[in-house]
Design a protein around this ligand. Structure first.
Ligand SMILES: [Zn+2]
Length: 398
């Protein structure tokens, strides 16, 4: 019972390790690309200068060289910033790995150090939940208060929320398109149509504003490169130019719909989560579902509310029960008898008692009820019939 299965426990922590590593990969790749591009361009410009040697005056050469030196200085500054960012990400990964590896050192679940580790884990899972639900400041405070700052991917979630706001509130695709440009090769790898959807939205806005010529030019430039996979949708989009935004024709009404913005925001979140190996649902839900799946029985999903137990979290349809909706029923080798009145287990110490009407409750519940009602009387809570406690028959659990 006290044994710790570190592998199972760490499975849920995987995103915490993947996010900084993915960020690191991106930062390194971006600065590498940038450095290669800049040095190649400076090299080409130098070659050009050498070729035109003699044709240019000393002042012109000086100016050209100064320009190139400035360019290299800017590159150096950018690389220094990137280097600082990379060092932070490495440090963050290291701290996370060290915290998580502590788990291997615990021998028993009863150890106070293990309890502390679990408490910290709960905090970081709550931080993840708050960041996902947009409560960044609360998440930041909780992370700081419990020494879990290095587990809070605040910048990533802020990027998600800023972009979502820009899409939903300001109806602008600019930030999202910029992000797509920076992550084009990763998006290609997962064959994500996100950039196409954003481009399509910009086209739709031009059609809405009756800027037909602009829309056609935009489509030629930004939609046709997607013809291989999106041709039918591009064709339909072009038809949009013949319709007014007030059209009731279903496919075009859907394209003009404001709801598309919320859809784009959801797509953006889903894609960024996928690239960073973040599960779509909060880690807190995953943890809770693990526990709930062990408790879910056929009685929990019964249509008869009388079958539900007030002490079973799965039976609470409005709260935890909702999280358990899609979970399979647990496999119970041994069944537990639970008293419908007290929610306690019935066993040899608190045996099940059968009333003359056939309903069964625990001895403790009936004794308690008889003391309250007086005169050795008990009342069946399901039928409201009155009986003498002496008429209740003890049942034997085999
Ligand atoms: Zn239940």
């Amino acid at each position: 019972m006290d044994r710790i299965n570190a592998d199972y426990m760490l499975a849920i922590e995987e995103p915490f390790m993947k996010v900084p590593l993915e960020q690191l990969k991106r930062t390194v790749r971006q600065s590498q690309k940038h450095a290669e591009r800049e040095t190649a361009q400076v090299g080409a410009a130098l070659g050009d200068l050498a070729k035109r040697d003699g044709a240019l005056g000393a002042q012109e050469v000086d100016q050209a060289l100064d320009g190139l030196i400035d360019r290299l200085k800017t590159l150096k500054r950018k690389l220094e910033t990137a280097h600082h960012e990379e060092a932070q990400l490495i440090q963050r990964s290291k701290q996370r790995a060290m915290d998580l590896s502590e788990l291997e050192g615990f021998e028993s679940a009863a150890q106070p150090e293990f309890q502390r580790w679990c408490r910290a884990r709960l905090d970081r899972v709550l931080v993840d939940y708050m960041l996902r639900s947009g409560n960044v400041e609360t998440a930041r405070r909780l992370a700081a208060g419990s020494g879990q700052e290095h587990f809070a991917d605040t910048a990533l979630f802020e990027l998600v929320m800023d972009t979502e706001r820009e899409l939903c509130e300001r109806h602008s695709c600019q930030g999202a398109l910029q992000w797509c440009a920076e992550n084009r090769s990763a998006l290609l790898k997962i064959q994500s149509p996100l950039e196409f959807e954003l481009r399509l939205q910009e086209f739709i806005e031009m059609a809405r504003a009756a800027r037909t010529l602009d829309a056609i030019a935009y489509a030629k430039r930004h939609l046709t490169p997607w013809s291989a996979t999106q041709l039918p949708r591009i064709e339909r989009a072009m038809m949009l130019l013949a319709f007014s935004p007030a059209t009731q024709c279903p496919p075009y009404r859907a394209m003009f719909s404001e709801a598309r913005w919320a859809g784009l925001a959801a797509d953006f979140r889903a894609v960024i989560f996928r690239l960073f190996s973040l599960p779509p649902q909060p880690l807190l839900h995953l943890l809770l579902q693990t526990g709930l799946s062990a408790l879910k029985t056929p009685a929990c999903v019964s249509d008869d509310p009388a079958e539900h137990s007030r002490d079973c979290p799965v039976c609470q349809g409005e709260t935890l029960g909702r999280l358990a909706q899609d979970l399979p029923l647990s496999h119970h080798v041994h069944s537990n008898l639970v008293c419908r009145i007290t929610g306690e287990r019935m066993n040899e110490d608190n045996p099940p008692m059968r009333l003359p009407n056939g309903h069964v409750y625990s001895l403790a519940a009936l004794t308690d009820m008889a003391a309250k009602l007086g005169g050795g009387r008990i009342k069946c809570p399901r039928t409201n019939q009155l009986f003498a406690i002496a008429d209740a028959k003890k049942l034997f659990v085999s």
